[in-house]
Structure formats: structure tokens, C-alpha cells
Write a protein that binds this ligand. Structure first.
Ligand code: UDX
Length: 437
């Protein structure tokens, strides 16, 4: 392989990128400022739950092609291409994104560079960040060192990170020189025939925020239809199915339910609105405020439905909650609709016991005030109402008859439209779902 790669930041994105690139044959050095995390990664332990990633990590370590370090000196000396994959969280009390970790990465790396290299931003950032970081890189890199910035946004989904990295729908290269484009083409060549869009920095940054805004809008669209269905006694599941056969619309991201959460969609649409405001283009994105509002209303509606089933009040009511992660196959609880609903019900007097196959420890750390069960049965024992809030396969496969023997009352709200209503009703359950009669 012609290049040695480094990956700065080992969150979902950075670990996956580093491990997959090593699997493709590159020598890769990952960096994180968290020494404990680096230690764990070097011993083959994943700090996150991501299906299929651990074997890829281990293969990389065993082959000797993949290592992790805390030292910027090490990566500056090692890398021909440096990928920056640090987090860009929402600022406290604001819509805008906090890009200070991006700046810190460039500030730490640039002065140490002593060989020709390309620095590539992958994180999701407000448009204009790449240009600013390119100036910073040029200012801080030692004179005479040939280096420049490129922008290469990442579109991977948690739970499908390896597959999305190895078989991406497209690659986007925001570049300012033919040299940068050539390097990126060579780095991704082992992926085979993937559509590549080459653009300026701003367009490359915007592709990512636009994609997330579109996906969030699609989810909120169907959830808005769910609101109307609730008022009109119609069935959003049937509606969604019928829409999906129109291939101009398509069926993906059209599942009505509790709406979107996680570390990306909610904060990215807010950061996008904030940035558009700074650019004087806020009118173009006012619809995203509604997308966000529809999304948050689903959580409130879920609480209302659960309270209705509980007989009008949560006082004295035992609520069994299935799911804590923001979606299945992830241990991520950032902005999780499931946790949000559970916490609200707790505040309103419900005695909540929660279970999740993988995210339980993270939930427990973040919300020690809730009770947790180590299994579905423990979570729903004696429950007056059961809530399905994350559609793990384990929950979809539940036997309503068996579960009925454990609860105090057979009442369930399916927050993800994941269960077969008829099966549950014929087992004597009072079954309710969002957007369905
Ligand atoms: C998202 C984007 O998909 C990805 O391209 C980007 O790089 C990061 O943000 P991710 O946050 O991992 O990925 O999750 P995703 O699978 O997109 O789901 C986001 C949320 O939307 C979840 O809470 C999920 O439950 C919800 N969702 C998704 C729905 O409510 N309905 C749907 O039809 C699809």
C-alpha cells in the first residue's frame, strides 16, 4: 500500500475507519487523547458496541498493521494521510456545533509535521469549517513542509458501521488540488467501484449535513402523517407501506414511531439551522425547526398514550420499559427517545424498570435514578403497562402469551410499530401503537 494512514479520534467513526483501513491492507496508527481507551483498543477491546467490528479490530492488531497511540509526535512521524474523526457535539444550551476538538486536532498535529502529507477532515462540521482549518494548517505547519487539507465526509450508520465503510453508497472528496484528489482516490481504491463526487470544500461539508437533514425530514414526515392518522383513525403503517411502493418515495426511513435520536441526526439538523442563520440563509431551513418539533412531539405523545393506558395517571403504576438505546444494534444512548420517555414517566410518578440487551450499563450510568432489570422478564414483572421503545430483535420475537404470565395487566404500547398487533391482541393484550387505531 502506498500510504501510511493515521486516524485522529476513536469514537464510532474513528475506530471503524482505522480498523477497516487496516483490513484493506494499510498500515494505520490511531490516536486518542484518552490513554485508557488507547490501552483497551491496543488489547483488542472495543469501547463501543458495534456488530462485526471487533473481529476487524483484532485482525488489524494481529497483523501488526493497526496500533493506537496517545502521541501526536508518533502520528506526525508515521502518517502520509491523517484522517480527523473527532466529535463535533452540540454546544451546551445552543443549537450550534462545538468544533473545538477539530481545531485542537489541527493545532496539535500541524506544528509537528515534518514530511509531505494530506490532512483529511471526516467529521460532520458547519459549512466553512474546512476553509478555516485549511488556513490554520497552512499557518501552523513548519515552513517547507508540503501539506494541505481535504474534506471527506463520512455517512456510516451505527449498527452498520463496517458494512457502510467497506461498501459506501458514495465517496465525496472536497479538494483544492489534483494532488489531494489523487491521494484520496488511491486510498479508497481497494473499495472498488464506488461513485465518487469531487467538489470544493463547502459543497463536501454540505453534502453530509444535507443528507442528514433529508433523512430527518423523511422520518418526521411519516411521523407527521402518524399524527394525522391518530386524529383520523387511520393506520400509518398501511399508509407507509403504500407510499413505499412508489420508488420516487421509497420505503427506507419511512418507519413511523418514536422518531429519531442518537449522536447525529438531532444535533446535526440543529447545527445546520444555526449555521444557515450565521450565513443569512436561515429562511431556507426554517422547515427543519418543524422537523425537530414533530420529532420531539412523538416522545410526548408516547408518554400520553402510556398514561392513558395506565388509567390517567402514573401514580402507583409499574411501567416496564423495553429498550434504552437510540436504536437497535447500538449501545448508544445519546439523545435516545427511549430514555427520554422513561425519564419523563419517572418524573410523572411512574415506577419505571428498564431493560436493554446492550445499552443497559450506559443507561444506568447516565440515569441512576431509574430501576433496571437484567432481562425482559425482570423489567416487566408486575407491570401495569409495558412500553416497547427500541425495536431490538429480541423484543420483536417476544411471545405475548409467555409475557402475559409475568405482567400485572396485559397492556402494551409499541413505540416503534415493531410488533404484530393481531398476535398481541389475540393473546389478550390491550395493544396500542403510535399512528395506528
Ligand atoms: C445517521 C445517518 O443515517 C448516517 O448516515 C450519519 O452518518 C449519522 O447519522 P445513525 O445516527 O447511526 O446514522 O442512525 P440511523 O440508522 O440513521 O437512525 C437514526 C434515528 O432515526 C434512530 O433513532 C432510528 O430509530 C430513527 N429512525 C430511522 C426512525 O425513527 N425511522 C426510520 O424509518 C429510520
Amino acid at each position: 500500500m502506498p500510504y501510511r494512514l493515521t486516524v485522529i479520534g476513536t469514537g464510532y467513526l474513528g475506530i471503524t475507519h482505522a480498523a477497516c483501513m487496516a483490513d484493506l491492507g494499510f498500515e494505520v496508527l490511531g490516536l486518542d487523547i484518552d490513554a485508557d481507551k488507547v490501552l483497551r483498543l491496543n488489547s483488542g477491546e472495543l469501547p463501543i458496541h458495534e456488530p462485526g467490528l471487533e473481529p476487524v479490530l483484532r485482525r488489524g492488531l494481529e497483523s501488526g498493521r493497526l496500533r493506537f497511540t496517545t502521541s501526536y509526535e508518533d502520528i506526525a512521524a508515521f502518517g502520509d494521510v491523517h484522517f480527523i474523526c473527532v466529535g463535533t457535539p452540540q454546544k451546551r444550551g445552543e443549537y450550534a456545533a462545538d468544533v473545538s476538538y477539530m481545531d485542537a486536532a489541527v493545532e496539535s498535529l500541524a506544528p509537528l509535521l515534518d514530511r509531505e502529507c494530506l490532512v483529511v477532515g471526516k467529521s460532520t462540521v458547519p459549512v466553512g469549517t474546512a476553509e478555516r482549518l485549511a488556513d490554520k494548517l497552512a499557518r501552523l505547519a513548519p515552513a517547507g513542509v508540503l501539506t494541505e487539507l481535504a474534506w471527506n465526509p463520512e455517512f456510516l450508520r451505527e449498527g452498520h458501521a463496517v458494512q457502510d465503510t467497506m461498501r459506501p453508497d458514495r465517496l465525496v472528496f472536497g479538494v483544492r488540488s489534483e494532488r489531494a484528489e489523487k491521494v484520496l482516490r488511491e486510498v479508497y481504491e481497494p473499495l472498488g467501484d464506488v461513485p465518487i463526487v469531487v467538489s470544493d470544500f463547502a459543497t463536501a461539508e454540505l453534502v453530509k449535513t444535507a443528507a442528514n437533514a433529508f433523512l430527518a425530514t423523511k422520518i418526521s414526515f411519516i411521523n407527521a402523517m402518524a399524527e394525522v392518522c391518530e386524529a383520523a383513525h387511520a393506520d400509518v403503517q398501511k399508509l407507509s407501506e403504500a407510499l413505499s411502493y412508489d420508488d420516487r418515495i421509497g420505503g427506507r426511513y419511512l418507519n413511523a414511531g418514536l422518531g429519531f435520536g442518537g449522536g447525529c441526526l438531532p444535533k446535526d439538523i440543529r447545527a445546520f439551522m444555526a449555521r444557515a442563520g450565521e450565513l443569512g440563509a436561515d429562511q431556507a431551513l426554517t422547515f427543519l425547526r418543524e422537523v425537530d418539533a414533530i420529532n420531539m412531539r412523538r416522545r410526548a405523545r408516547m408518554v400520553d398514550l402510556a398514561r392513558e393506558l395506565a388509567g390517567g395517571s402514573f401514580h402507583g403504576c409499574v411501567v416496564g420499559v423495553l429498550g434504552a438505546a437510540f436504536k437497535p444494534d447500538s449501545d448508544d444512548i445519546r439523545d435516545s427517545p427511549a430514555l427520554d420517555v422513561a425519564v419523563t414517566i419517572g418524573h410523572q410518578g411512574g415506577r419505571v424498570t428498564m431493560y436493554d440487551p446492550i445499552a443497559l450499563d450506559n443507561a444506568r450510568k447516565a440515569h441512576p435514578e431509574l430501576s433496571y432489570g437484567e432481562s425482559v422478564v425482570e423489567a416487566v414483572r408486575g407491570a401495569h403497562v409495558v412500553l416497547l421503545l427500541t425495536e431490538w430483535q429480541e423484543f420483536v420475537d417476544l411471545d405475548p402469551e409467555q409475557l402475559g404470565g409475568v405482567v400485572a395487566a396485559r397492556r402494551i404500547v409499541d413505540g416503534r410499530n415493531a410488533l404484530d398487533a393481531e398476535t398481541w391482541r389475540s393473546a389478550g393484550w390491550h395493544y396500542r401503537a403510535l399512528g395506528r387505531p
